[in-house]
Every structure is written in structure tokens, then in C-alpha cells.
Design a protein around this ligand. Structure first.
Ligand code: AMP
Ligand code: MN
Ligand code: MN
Ligand code: MN
Length: 292
């Protein structure tokens, strides 16, 4: 299909091989460009290594790439994901924090390998770590191993039988609070947006609380949110004066994945993010000047 570039469609939620996506940053940019997208954001879980290659290749082929991240947190036993945009990802304090998350993910992977062993499923360690390309290792990599081993037919089946919360190989991740995730993002100049609130954190009172902590917007458009849910979330965004964003949460172009750019999202979300960034930079400048 040929897309109209002038429509300026975007995708603000994409994973690469640095976390649990199956496309390299360069491939993500290439595909996004070929689909006529005007801007994309790289939002890997707990890792930023995909940003630079995507930015470089984006500059070469004329695609706007927004540096981003997706952090998992927990509030009252519910998993909530926070997206951070326009982060100064090279900040060494930020990278130090991410390193702690990487190490925790690695330790968790070994616990999970053991859990599988206990139920008689021997997953080859090398196969598993090859799949995660030395990036953020996640449950999806286990699911892909199980698929390749012929134990399940789809990744969804792997989650239902083994990997989801309450199933035999489940091990929780390192827990941080939404407050901690957002303050991490803000400390490096980023903008926080709650990802797919349908999976957690979608209640108005809770969003109000997050707004007080500096939340800037809601990911209203996501493949898991149906039209009624999108409308409800848009209404909350309007009431609370929060911005609206959207993305496919694409993990690649394999079957049972959401293809990049498959949601019709306009460029106005990028304008909104830029405006927030501009205002917060001005505010910081004023504060700095007044201290001089
Ligand atoms: P982790 O970060 O290791 O807990 O893994 C979670 C990742 O697995 C999410 O980012 C999703 O990409 C994916 N995932 C979670 N639940 C499912 C599911 N039911 N089916 C397929 N993928 C899932
Ligand atoms: Mn994922
Ligand atoms: Mn997520
Ligand atoms: Mn995601």
C-alpha cells in the first residue's frame, strides 16, 4: 500500500532488537520510512541503545526519530508502563539506573530458566540470550524459544501457559513505583506519558494523581484499546488537561505482532510533545537565570 506522506502520520511506541522487538533500529526506520510515516519514537524497555542508530539512519533517509523509553512500574500490585520522550538518554546517572534494571532482568532470566527446568522444559541458555541480542531480556524471548522448540504455537500461548503472572515460570521484575519512573524521566529532561492505560493505571483518580507528579499525557491510541476505551481516555485527557498520544507498540512485523504505523495517528501529538518540551526548557532557563 502507498501512503500519503503529507498526511503526516506517526508512531510513538516502537521496540527494537535492543529490547523485545525483532527489527534492528535501522530496519525500524527503513520500514517506517517506506510506510510514509513522518515521525517515530524508539521506546525500548529499560534500554536506550537503539536510539542513536535510529537517529543516525533517520537523518540519512529523512525520518524524524524521537528518543524514548518505556519503563515498567507497579502500583498496588498492578503493572503500569510509563513512556518517556525526548530524554537526554546519554546522561550517565540515567544510564547507571538502566544498568541496574538490565542486571535485574538478567538475574530474573536465570530464575526463569530454573523454573522451566523444574517443570521439565530445558531451554538452552545460549539460544535464549542470542534472542535478546545482549539487550533487555524479557519474557518474550522465552516465548520465542518455546515457539522455536515446538512447545507452543504462538507467543500468546506461551504467556497463557507459562509466562503470565500466576503461571509456572513467572518471576516478577524489579519493582519501581510510577513516581520513581517519572522522576527518572524528568531528571533527564524527558516528558512522561502513561502507556496503554487499559492494562493498568486507567482510572481517572489515579491519572489525576500522576498528573500532580508531572504526567503530561495519555497513550490513548494503542492496538489493545478499542474505540470506546479510546473515547473514554480522550475524555479523561480533556478533563485533566493531559495530552494525547498513540503508538502501535510494535515488536516487529511477524505474524501476531502489530505492524509499525498500523494505527492512524496524526502529527499533532508530536507538536504537543515539542510544546511541552519547549515550555519546560524555558521554565528551567528562567529558574537558572534567576539564581545567577
Ligand atoms: P517483561 O518485560 O519481561 O515482563 O515482558 C513483558 C513483555 O512481554 C511485554 O512488553 C510485551 O511485549 C510482552 N507480553 C506481555 N504479555 C503478553 C501476552 N499475553 N502475549 C504476548 N506478549 C506479551
Ligand atoms: Mn514489549
Ligand atoms: Mn508496555
Ligand atoms: Mn511497549
Amino acid at each position: 500500500m502507498i501512503y500519503d506522506v503529507d498526511n503526516k502520520r506517526i508512531d510513538l511506541h516502537i521496540h527494537t532488537t535492543y529490547s523485545d522487538g525483532t527489527l534492528t533500529p535501522k530496519e525500524v526506520v527503513k520500514i517506517s520510512r517506506s510506510k510514509g510515516l513522518a515521525a517515530i519514537a524508539i521506546t525500548d524497555h529499560d534500554i536506550t541503545d537503539g536510539i542513536e542508530p535510529a537517529l543516525k539512519y533517520g537523518a540519512k533517509v529523512g525520518l524524524e526519530v524521537i528518543p524514548g523509553i518505556e519503563l515498567s512500574c507497579e502500583y498496588k500490585s498492578t503493572e503500569i508502563h510509563i513512556l518517556g520522550y525526548y530524554i537526554n538518554w546519554e546522561n550517565s546517572w540515567f544510564q547507571g539506573k538502566l544498568e541496574v534494571f538490565q542486571k535485574a532482568r538478567e538475574r530474573r532470566a536465570y530464575y526463569m530458566l530454573n523454573k522451566f527446568k523444574e517443570i521439565g522444559i530445558k531451554i538452552d541458555e545460549q539460544m535464549l540470550f542470542t534472542k535478546s541480542h545482549a539487550g533487555s531480556i524479557s519474557r518474550i524471548h522465552f516465548a520465542r524459544c518455546l515457539e522455536e522448540m515446538g512447545i507452543v504455537e504462538t507467543t500468546r500461548e506461551a504467556f497463557e501457559k507459562y509466562l503470565a503472572n500466576g503461571r509456572p515460570a513467572y518471576v516478577p521484575k524489579l519493582r519501581i513505583t510510577p513516581e520513581e519512573a517519572m522522576s527518572m524521566i524528568h531528571r533527564v529532561g524527558g516528558i512522561s506519558i502513561i502507556a496503554h492505560p487499559i492494562f493498568g493505571g486507567g482510572h481517572k483518580n489515579f491519572l489525576k494523581k500522576l498528573k500532580r507528579l508531572g504526567l503530561s499525557g495519555i497513550e490513548v491510541y494503542h492496538p489493545s484499546q478499542n474505540i470506546n476505551q479510546c473515547e473514554r481516555l480522550s475524555e479523561i485527557a480533556r478533563d485533566l488537561d493531559l495530552g494525547i498520544t498513540g503508538g502501535t507498540d510494535s515488536h516487529g512485523e511477524r505474524k501476531d505482532e502489530n505492524p509499525i504505523g498500523s494505527l492512524d495517528i496524526g502529527y499533532c501529538s508530536v507538536d504537543m510533545l515539542k510544546e511541552i518540551k519547549h515550555h519546560s526548557e524555558r521554565k528551567n532557563k528562567i529558574i537558572l537565570t534567576s539564581h545567577n
